[in-house]
Design a binder for this molecule. Structure first.
Ligand code: M6R
Length: 614
């Protein structure tokens, strides 16, 4: 939710650095954007509603030479998307300017307590109050003023602040929202995420909660609220800059779908030893005794990460015989889960910043549970707070719809479940080797499928042409039931078509009433599955009521050809491994449907990549 960026250097190109940074952060929010620079000791503030393109148009006509500035791309929480509500915000005298990612929970209380006689606020945001409080308390030292007002504020924030009295510095602060400092030569940066900094530096400091930093072109000082100096490690980030570029693809999402053979391989690298038939995830320090004694697992995540959790239940229960519960993170802490030292809690999050998943992790830790985080973003809040972290190794995922992160999350879950199954003596070495071989072959199978994806484009064209009621049902059973949910989520978020994922056996208990001759039903029918014949019966039930079946089937399945005109064939895989393959076809189907409908695939309306608010 929202991205912030800041630059201070010796060159007068602050506007370019900030705009390019905002482009890289646009996935975090894109309903409005703005920036502020200091020129001739005064702020120049430029804002616009809508995507960054609109800001670019204004900037092209109003280039300003400046060597310091901050910028923001917004996902609205308080106040509709409008120029007034867009960041940066200033105090009434326009001598302090701020950008903010997060939520100030007590902003109404602060407004009534401290600003009684103040003129009317310029915006409806929870952020503006911070600018006024800073001005009110300012006594020639911005850092000290920030330290003072942060004692009054409750909530989450990554803040970037400038002041005309001290025009050579940016002060920033972090609490429960990501904030990184990029260290350059004669220039320094702040940003919400790594890709915005990669064109300039690989040396980065990941601020911790409670950190307040003063940044000039030559120096970075990090302190806490009590003015104690904090020493933070400088990390050298090895991400490939190309990974955060489109690299010739029309959209990030398409590029990320096509990257999957590589990102899955990277996730397996140095963890699967195919010749020895062994798995070793060095990040997990559990000894054999601990693994033997795991009595229960609880898996928590949101959206796509939750769907990875649903699949994990099949894998932990079938391979390792460990009873597993799966929770939507936003429900977890409110349902009163039974947590104790014997429970292992696994949280899954691409961004590592999802507020509900972070809250679930904190609850689990406070009850003494052992925790594992499966994350993509290095040094994110979740990965830092979890007792164990396994990274998905897929580089930055920029498309708002999660694709490559999901298949890498699944790759990690397969490895954990197989490893623990073997260590708990629930799988023989032969069985382990068989599954490892199936997993190992997945990247090349996905590659083969992606090379010939004409089937998918054809079905997407038919969706767009023939669908007149804007509703689609996705059916799956057993381990592909969560993939039906994921396929429906992808289509919904990208195409604004109401799609619902259902366990196929449940269709008779309600959704069948929806079926008529305009209704498309996407059914995942894997021949290798124990429920294949049952899926085929469900498809017949759809057809008997006039519904149009679109079937995801295995390439060697001859029988299925007679069941529908619309079949997407995928390479054959083992039953338990199939979700990692079936999902790719549904990602691509959602992608093309959205493209043919003319929507913005990478930035669907109302969404943001990381949901850092409850
Ligand atoms: O960063 P996270 O994995 O924690 O994000 C969870 C969800 O917000 C995310 O998967 C969301 O559902 C995506 N838009 C799905 O494509």
């Amino acid at each position: 939710m929202c991205g912030i960026i800041g630059y201070v250097g010796k060159n007068n190109n602050a506007i370019n650095v900030i705009f390019k940074g905002l482009k890289k952060l646009e996935y975090r929010g894109y309903d409005s954007a703005g920036l502020a620079v200091i020129a001739n000791k005064k702020f120049k503030i430029i804002k616009s509603v809508g995507k960054l393109y609109n800001l670019d148009v204004i900037l092209k006509k109003n280039f300003i030479n400046a060597n310091i500035g901050i910028g923001h791309t917004r996902w609205a929480t308080h106040g509709k998307p409008s120029k007034e509500n867009a960041h940066p915000h200033t105090d009434f005298t326009e001598s302090i300017v701020i950008v903010h990612n997060g939520i100030i929970e007590n902003y109404i209380e602060l407004k009534t307590k401290f600003m009684k006689k103040a003129p009317k606020f310029k915006s409806e945001t929870d952020t503006e109050i911070i600018a006024h409080l800073l001005k009110k308390n300012y006594k020639n030292n911005l850092l000290h003023t920030v330290q003072k007002i942060l004692t009054m504020i409750k909530g989450s924030y990554a803040l970037g602040i400038m002041c005309t009295e001290e025009p050579d510095k940016i002060v920033c602060a972090k609490q429960d929202a990501s904030l990184i400092i990029g260290l350059g030569k004669g220039e320094n940066f702040i940003a919400s995420d790594i890709p915005a900094l990669l064109p300039y530096t690989r040396n980065m400091i990941f601020l911790e909660n409670g950190d307040i930093a003063e940044i000039t072109a030559e120096k970075v000082i990090i302190k806490d609220i009590k003015n104690n100096v904090k020493i933070r490690e400088i990390k050298n980030i090895q991400w490939d800059t190309m990974q955060s570029e489109k690299n010739g693809y029309k959209h990030f999402m398409l590029k990320e779908i096509f990257e999957q053979p590589h990102t899955i391989e990277e996730t397996f690298r140095d963890r699967i030893y195919i010749n020895e038939g062994k798995i070793h995830i060095k990040e997990i320090k559990f000894d054999e005794k601990y693994v033997e004694n795991i009595s229960n697992i609880c898996v928590v995540g949101c959206g796509t990460a939750y769907h990875a959790g649903l699949i994990s239940k099949f894998l932990f229960e079938n391979f390792a015989k460990i009873p597993t519960e799966v929770d939507i993170a936003s429900e977890f802490r409110y349902r009163g889960p039974i947590l104790n030292k014997k429970k292992l809690v696994i949280v899954i999050s691409q961004s590592g910043e999802t507020a509900d998943t972070l809250a679930a992790l904190r609850l689990a830790k406070s009850e003494g549970c052992e925790t594992i985080a499966i994350c993509n973003v290095i040094d994110s809040s979740i990965s830092r707070e979890s007792t164990n972290v396994i990274y998905t190794q897929c580089g930055p995922e920029i498309g708002v719809a999660s694709t490559k992160a999901f298949t890498s999350q699944l790759s990690i879950i397969y490895m954990l479940a197989l490893d623990w199954g073997y260590k708990r003596k629930k799988l023989t070495n032969e069985e382990l080797k068989k599954y490892l071989k199936e997993l190992w072959e997945i990247p090349s199978k996905i590659f083969q499928f992606l090379k010939k994806s004409k089937d998918v484009r054809n079905v997407a064209k038919v969706f767009v042409k023939k669908m007149n009621k804007n509703k689609i049902l996705y059916l799956g059973r057993h381990i592909n039931y969560p993939i039906a949910l994921e396929g429906a989520l992808k289509l919904k978020e990208l195409s604004y078509i109401h799609a619902e994922g259902y366990a196929a056996g449940e269709m008779k208990h309600g959704p069948i009433a929806l079926i008529d001759k305009s209704m498309f039903v996407v059914a995942i029918a894997m021949k290798s599955s124990r429920v294949y014949t049952k899926m085929v019966s469900n498809i017949e039930e759809v057809k008997a009521r006039g519904g149009i079946a679109v079937i995801i089937a295995e390439r060697d399945d001859r029988e299925i050809a007679s069941k529908s005109k619309y079949i997407i064939y995928i390479p054959q895989t083992g039953e338990f491994i199939s979700p990692i393959m079936t999902v790719v076809s549904l990602q691509l189907l959602a992608y093309y449907t959205s493209v043919f409908l003319g929507y913005d695939v990478d930035q669907p309306r109302n969404l943001a990549k990381s949901v850092t608010v409850e």
